[in-house]
Design a protein. Structure first.
Length: 419
């Protein structure tokens, strides 16, 4: 394998190799940090987090993408998932700066983009950028674009690896004002988003049953999260994902996608925005997908939220673990430590560690993640806990967002790799 020094020549950063065989580089600048994590020279994850509240949004966006473009093209990396967290008032400026920076590179110029109103901790501007890329030379097929058949809008990319066909769809939304009330608008929009996902998957040869991970950013989440869950449960039943009575009692996790469901506004007035990952086996030797349960937490579907606590994807090269959005929720499904942010943060990390431990992984093996704070003043509790646990340089983006319950103050999701 090519060395990190040759991959990242002339970069100011610290390179390490972790016990999970993930190569890492941190490029630290005055206004931002860029974390690059690589597994088997195949999976590339880039997390850029802004750290200077007074940084010029246009300039810092341009600078971050120039850092990214200095690494990705010469290592034959094609982006397959790209997400930006920012305040809505800066979305146009950030998107224009991003588009100008990548204009000369086709793989980025045509890449679908999800922009979520995840405000930085200081309130306005760019919080961070997350990119997942693949070394196309290591795949069994070229990476192909996926478009909406009705609008010809590019929605994602698909590829084949180790006998599996993969697809990422992103920025799935709907702004139809169908209904007699805001609540009805939202429910109908959510319904149509799931339908769009299902239709696009079918056109690409997939089924919604192949979906292993969703990221759902819900506008005004506390106003209608229960209604959203009713819509999702109804749609999942129509897609053949409804649990049977035996599944509910035998203790085995249901084959539901891992998921993040968090507040995230958008400029298109869509009730929510969804990204997803699906995997379709193409032969009997394909990698195994395992839906995870957690000894510290009640399975979410048992209290009405149709998702798994996590999903394990066994590749030939390594093991990928998709960690759902996780908060301080206990084995009975109840929220823990109301009004105690430090305790909630600690309990959340404990819950994720319990999920990862059977797979010989830990939070320190994250290659990408997001931290959601209900209140920006609670970040100091995270910093203290992260320092104590050796997680100070975790490749995550931090944003302000409401969690799915009013009393919850902190949530975290991520992707980890292990041997």
């Amino acid at each position: 394998m090519e060395s990190l020094s040759s991959k990242f020549s002339n970069k100011c950063g610290k390179a390490t190799v972790s016990k999970s065989t993930v190569e890492r580089l941190i490029i630290s600048r005055q206004d931002y940090d860029v974390h690059v994590s690589i597994c088997a020279d195949l999976f590339w994850f880039i997390n850029a987090s802004v750290k200077n509240p007074i940084a010029n949004v246009d300039r810092v966006t341009d600078s971050i993408y120039k850092e990214i473009l200095s690494v990705i093209p010469r290592n034959n990396i094609i982006p397959v998932h790209e997400r930006i967290f920012c305040s809505l008032d800066t979305e146009t400026t950030i998107k224009n700066a991003r588009d100008n920076a990548v204009s000369g590179l086709d793989s980025f110029r045509t890449q679908p983009l999800t922009i979520v109103a995840g405000r930085p901790l200081w309130g306005e501007g760019l919080a961070g950028i997350q990119i997942w890329g693949l070394n196309e030379s290591r795949l069994q097929s070229s990476i192909m674009e996926v478009s909406d058949s009705e609008t010809n809008t590019k929605l994602g990319k698909t590829w084949v690896l180790n006998g599996n066909q993969f697809i990422v769809l992103q920025n799935l939304m709907d702004s139809s004002q169908i209904g007699n009330s805001p609540e009805e608008f939202r429910e109908n929009q959510a319904d149509l988003i799931f339908e769009k996902a299902n239709r696009t998957l079918k056109q690409a040869g997939f089924s919604y049953k192949n979906v292993v991970r969703t990221w759902i950013y819900i506008s005004r989440i506390l106003d209608w999260y229960n209604s959203f869950n009713i819509v999702r449960n109804r749609k999942y039943a129509s897609f053949g994902l409804r649990p049977t009575s035996s599944q509910e009692t035998d203790g085995a996790p249901l084959p539901l996608p891992a998921s993040t469901g968090i507040q995230g506004e958008n400029s298109k007035e869509s009730a929510c925005v969804m990204d997803l990952l699906a995997i379709r086996p193409t032969n009997i030797n394909s990698a195994v997908v395992t839906h995870l349960t957690n000894i510290k937490q009640k399975d979410a579907y048992k209290y009405g939220a149709a998702f798994s606590r996590g999903v394990c994807i066994k590749h030939d090269e390594c093991t990928e673990i998709q960690v759902s959005g996780t908060a301080a929720i206990d084995r009975s499904g109840k929220s823990m430590y109301s009004d105690d942010p430090a305790a909630q943060i600690s309990a959340t990390i404990d819950n994720i560690e319990a999920l990862l431990a059977p797979l010989k992984a830990s939070v320190s093996d994250f290659v990408s993640g997001t931290i959601f704070f209900k209140r920006p003043e609670d970040v100091d509790f995270w910093v203290k806990e992260a320092d104590k646990r050796g997680l100070k340089n975790l490749p995550v983006v931090s944003v302000i967002a409401d969690i799915c319950r009013p009393e919850l103050l902190f949530e975290m999701d991520g992707i980890a790799f292990s041997k």
